[in-house]
Design a protein around this ligand. Structure first.
Ligand code: T6T
Length: 353
């Protein structure tokens, strides 16, 4: 072999070796630090681009009129203020399904996240991860931690704001009304979602306050958890009605709990006999009110929650932290058969799409 041929062969060898080494590197290269922890979600597909700030809403569960209305409020406010906006949430109201969605949203690095945490403990660490990634964090509807939504405490002061109803008050309003309709005495039952959800925990607390205020005249005979499933709530309530023919009143602590309770009362032919307090205001709760199946509908203001979250998120992006309250209570519209036709009551009915 000539010297020239030897040099060419050497170069071919070197190049082949390089190609091999590079190929091996590609195969074992670690995933980039920002790779989403979960499969791409709806949010990934929808995320808008551009120079305007981006705010994400992570709601509690898909298909719930309460969150559909909240998203509509946030979307409208974002359009008005020139903010990029996207929303996503789990198919069930569960932290195990919500955390991967939060992680996927963090990977997209929005400027702020408004989130309705599905558990007051399980979401603390994942939400802190978002904050540590430089994202402004706001709670809508539910809060995290054990300080009743007080985000001025040192362990939670990285949370910018808690925007939502006063849920202890809401529980008290609903149960006091039912106790009055029961004539101030009798047996009472609560349909609830699951322990660990800040909103429904507080509604139960408020309801128990109202029961205690009767000094024993009203007896709480039971409380069941339905996992945010109206069919399960109906089944459990039917069993309680069957074994307590003298039951006087029921409190359904959220949309699905109340829907199931009302269905069971109607199915048992006890309309008007067993009084029902319906937390949340979807269209079917209004029909149940008009048909005497439920006696009070407690409408929250989810549209305002969505609007306020966008406003506060934008203020944070602009560095205007002084204008952001740590707590923004959104209030209620109490709907009864007397006021159901008023404009205010009609406007507080939740959207279904
Ligand atoms: O009651 C609302 C919300 O406030 C709660 O945190 C979870 O349930 C609802 O979304 C109604 O289904």
């Amino acid at each position: 072999m000539s010297y020239k041929h030897l040099r060419i062969s050497m170069w071919i060898g070197v190049l082949a070796l390089l190609a091999l080494v590079l190929g091996a590197c590609t195969a074992v290269a670690p995933a980039p630090a920002q790779a989403p922890a979960a499969a791409p979600t709806e949010a990934a597909a929808e995320a808008p681009a551009g120079d305007a700030p981006t705010v994400a809403l992570i709601y509690g569960v898909r298909g719930d009129g309460f969150y559909i209305t909240m998203e509509a409020g946030a979307r409208a406010k974002a359009a008005e203020l020139g903010v990029n906006f996207f929303a996503d949430g789990p198919a069930q109201f569960q932290p195990a399904l919500q955390v991967p969605i939060l992680d996927a949203v963090i990977a997209q690095q929005p400027d702020a996240i408004c989130i309705a945490a599905t558990d007051r403990q399980a979401l603390i660490e994942p939400m802190r991860r978002a904050y540590d990634a430089g994202i402004h964090m706001l709670s809508v509807d539910t809060f995290i931690g054990d300080t009743a939504g007080d985000y001025t405490v040192p362990e939670l002061d990285w949370m910018l704001s808690y925007i939502g109803s006063d849920n202890v008050q809401g529980g008290e309003i609903g149960c006091s009304a039912i106790i009055e309709a029961m004539g101030g005495e009798g047996k009472f039952y609560i349909q609830d979602v699951r322990p660990g959800i800040s909103t429904t925990d507080q509604r139960v607390e408020g309801c128990k306050n109202a029961i205690e205020a009767t000094g024993g005249a009203v007896e709480l005979i039971g409380l069941d958890y339905n996992d945010d499933n109206a069919a399960k709530a109906a089944e459990q309530t039917s069993a309680v009605l069957a074994s307590n023919p003298d039951l006087g009143g029921i409190f359904g602590t959220n949309l699905f709990s109340a829907r199931g309770a009302a269905q069971a009362v109607a199915n048992a032919g006890l309309t008007g006999v067993v009084k029902v307090a319906n937390f949340d205001a979807p269209e079917d709760a209004i029909v149940a009110l008009q048909n005497n199946v439920v006696d009070i509908v407690i409408a929250q203001h989810p549209y305002e929650m969505g609007e306020k979250c966008i406003e506060f998120a934008l203020a944070a992006v602009n560095g205007d932290f002084d204008s952001i309250p740590k707590r923004w209570p959104t209030g209620y519209t109490i709907i009864t058969r007397e006021n159901v036709d008023t404009e205010e009551a009609q406007q507080s009915i939740y959207k279904s799409e």
